[in-house]
Design a protein around this ligand. Structure first.
Ligand code: ADP
Length: 528
């Protein structure tokens, strides 16, 4: 059955229409007066029936500033229907301005002449649909982003993994290298009969290799601390070694010491040479000391035998030399008496040579005594300036080949073995003579520096290379060079000089330039 609208009055139609569940409104005139609105539309607006008959702007003042009123007026004017989906509109609901989304249409209703006389406004609230779509999009985007992020992390992981693998390979080959060099080290240590030791400060335990164990006669598997190991060192050497280790820990410098031990298994006394160095954590706290150790007994005994031999020979030579000197002097007196002009200078020369030999033999004797720790210093109060002046004068009497000059020196009081200090000055001047061309100047100077006396002997000779200069004061050391063949010497003068100066609490050193000359310095503490 078809519905014949002519049977309904306009009022009836409006009443029927107003029951629709759809949101429908009809606007008329330029003010968009609300002629009709279904309950659904009034509900969307958040208003009540009183809006009917009001202009749209009056009924929904919140639309001011939003595009809808303008759009509706445009529809009225142009007769062109407007539709929209998911269009946001801000509506005042429960006293709060809230955004809703709508699918809507503003449909122009025209009369017979084509004139728009009202607008049919329909709307569907799609806020929920819109929000859930947006949420889905957002979650899809987030998911995409996450996926991309994950992919990047994955790539990074792969790269890191590859890097780790190559690092691992590097590590393996470094480890192999390390093992190789450790093996080499072991071989080298073994062929040098060298042991190693290490002591950590946390437990004080001494970790030693088999060789070190054997050297000390320590039973297999016996644990030993560094402190306990000191008990094996002979009493005279013990403090020195302890101090050497302590100062090495403080300064970070390595140490090297020779000392004697009485091995734990009661075997005979040994001479050992230990090297070591401290290691520190990142806060600079010493955590362990470690080093090498080896047996130098044979070497030391050789040295001792050599010294004994030198001492014995020197001693044996002294008596005949003293007699020879006496004979030469007697001959000299006789020659003078008899007016033998030829013999006198020859005998004077012979006397000089005997004196040289006596000095040399005395030096040897001193060295061998030194080794036994027996250097004897006869200290008295003396004037260093006078010792220098007298020594230089004595040398000038017999030496005419060089221009030896002593610069003026103010009085300097020292408490020293005057004869030995004079011997040091003689040594330095005779070296300056030996290692400078004839006629060159040799200058001796002395002055006060803080509470020390500083003496220098300067020459214009061959000079000393930087390699040699470090070893000059070592026993039997002679600088390499052609002069060794022509200049006599044993390399003990400077060693002895250094021992004498150190015995007085002074220092001795040299500065030099090859081909230009050298300056030797020594200091002595001033008295008072
Ligand atoms: P030597 O008896 O050989 O002179 P020294 O102990 O007195 O022994 O000196 C050690 C070495 O130092 C010498 O062999 C020489 O090479 C070097 N030397 C010492 N003094 C000088 C100097 N004034 N000029 C150059 N070289 C020097």
């Amino acid at each position: 059955m078809s519905l014949d609208t002519e049977h309904f009055s306009a009022e009836e139609l409006v009443n029927i229409l107003s029951l629709s569940y759809n949101a429908i409104a009809i606007h008329k005139t330029e003010q968009l007066t609300i002629e009709f609105a279904t309950d659904a539309m009034i509900q969307i607006w958040g208003k009540d029936k009183s809006v009917i008959g009001k202009s749209l702007e009056e009924a929904l003042p919140e639309l001011k500033g939003q595009p809808f009123i303008g759009m509706l007026q445009n529809v009225l004017r142009t007769g062109v229907t407007v539709e929209g989906t998911d269009t946001p509109a801000d509506l005042m609901i429960d006293g709060k301005l809230q955004t809703f989304y709508f699918d809507f249409s503003y449909r122009a209703i025209t009369n017979n002449t084509g004139e728009t006389y009202c607008i049919l406004h329909t709307a569907t609230d799609v806020t929920e649909r819109y929000k859930s779509r947006m949420a889905r999009i957002a979650s899809e985007m987030r998911e995409k982003e996450l996926n991309e992020e994950l992919a990047a992390i994955n790539e990074e992981l792969i790269a890191t993994n590859e890097e780790l693998m190559t690092k691992n390979e590097d590590l393996i080959s470094a480890f192999a290298e390390l093992q190789k060099s450790e093996n080499n080290l072991h071989l080298a240590l073994e062929s040098a009969k060298m042991g190693t030791w290490q002591s950590g400060f946390s437990d004080g335990l001494l970790h030693i290799t088999d060789r070190t164990r054997v050297l000390h006669g320590i039973p297999k598997d016996k644990l030993i601390t560094l402190e306990e190991s000191f008990n094996m060192i002979v009493l005279e050497d013990r403090d020195r070694i302890r101090k050497a280790i302590e100062s090495s820990i403080q300064t970070g410098e390595p140490f090297e010491e020779d000392y004697r031990i009485n091995p734990m298994d009661g075997s005979s006394q040994k001479w050992l040479r230990a090297n070591g160095k401290a290691y520190y954590d990142k806060d600079g706290k010493a955590v362990l000391v470690s080093g090498t150790i080896y047996d130098i007994t044979e070497h030391k005994l050789d040295d001792i035998r050599k010294n004994d031999f030198i001492a014995m020979v020197s001693h044996e030579l002294k008596t005949p030399l003293t007699s020879m000197k006496a004979y030469i002097q007697m001959l000299g007196v006789n020659a003078k008496k008899e007016g033998d002009g030829m013999l006198t200078p020859i005998l004077t020369k012979a006397d000089v040579q005997v004196n040289k030999m006596t000095t040399l033999i005395n030096s040897f004797l001193n060295v061998s005594r030194l080794d036994a720790g027996k250097i004897h210093l006869d200290k008295t109060e003396c004037r260093l300036d006078e010792i220098i002046r007298n020594t230089v004068q004595e040398i000038k009497v017999i030496n005419h080949s060089h221009n030896i000059e002593s610069l003026p020196c103010s009085p300097l009081n020292v408490f020293a073995d005057c004869e030995k200090i004079s011997q040091v000055i003689t040594n330095l001047i005779s070296n300056a003579v030996k290692y400078s061309p004839m006629g060159k100047r040799i200058e001796i100077d002395c002055r006060q520096q803080n509470n020390m006396a500083l003496v220098s002997v300067k020459d214009e000779g061959i000079g000393i290379s930087s390699v040699d200069i470090k070893n000059l004061f070592t026993r039997f050391y002679r600088a390499a060079g052609k002069h060794n063949d022509t200049v006599s010497g044993f390399g003990i003068g400077l060693y002895l000089s250094a021992e004498i100066i150190h015995g007085h609490g002074g220092e001795i050193w040299a500065e030099s330039e090859v081909g230009k000359g050298s300056v030797f310095y020594f200091t002595l503490p001033l008295q008072g």
